[in-house]
Design a protein around this ligand. Sequence first.
Ligand code: IPE
Ligand code: IPE
Ligand code: MG
Length: 247
Amino acid sequence: MKSNVPARIDMSGPMPRHVAVIMDGNGRWARRQGLPRKTGHEAGMNAVRTTIEASVDAGIKILTLFAFSTDNWNRPSEEVSALMSLLKAYAERECSELVEKGVEVRVLGTLARMQPSAREAVERIMRETEGGTTLRLNLMISYSGREDILTAVRRLAARARAGELDPAEIDEACLERALLTSGIPDPDLLIRTSGECRISNFMLWQISYSEIHITPVLWPDFSRDDLFAAVLDYQRRDRRFGRITSA
Ligand code: IPE
Ligand code: IPE
Ligand code: MG
């Protein structure tokens, strides 16, 4: 369901510094056209490019894209292989343009589970885009929110056992520093495409006060106007953080 009127962001209004996206609906997009799911994932890569460009134009500083979840490893092996090949191809194809645009890419997740060639490609894109200051792009691959929290808790427990950390001193900042997103401000706006009203194990710690925008648009159809419509929706929200007046 798309509006014919392009969304206009209020450039002087509050701008989300960090936008996170659960990119969902590639499979349904393909199925509706009688195409294999893989074609939906390929089409989804164009929406990634569009969203990065629109984010740069809107002045968003951090964009986090949920590309592959820990639970997605349970999909049929051909689909997992197709997704990994696409990620590798994306990293190889887009690298120079991302450098040109000043986009710094970080890939966050359990990369050890990735095939070596895909892993090398994402490690290369991180190295080559390092230092970009226009936009920080976090690609969440083989990522799950609970796994991230569990790993962090294990790390803190080990430090406590070694006598390096007093359990009484473990606070939110301490746990935050042990997460994969250490040092990155929490998402202001979380977008989910394809109309699903769930979080699917994404950034469970970090989205405690994120504004949530759910759009029925399937990810491969997600356009510049759809991003701007989400930002406009964000600009109309009243963020109270538990208080009775806006923050
Ligand atoms: C999102 O699209 C991409 C990944 C989760 C990797 P889906 O593949 O989940 O598409 P649907 O939800 O089946 O339509
Ligand atoms: C969430 O989508 C994961 C990504 C977008 C990478 P899923 O399609 O895997 O989530 P569920 O299964 O609908 O909850
Ligand atoms: Mg899905």
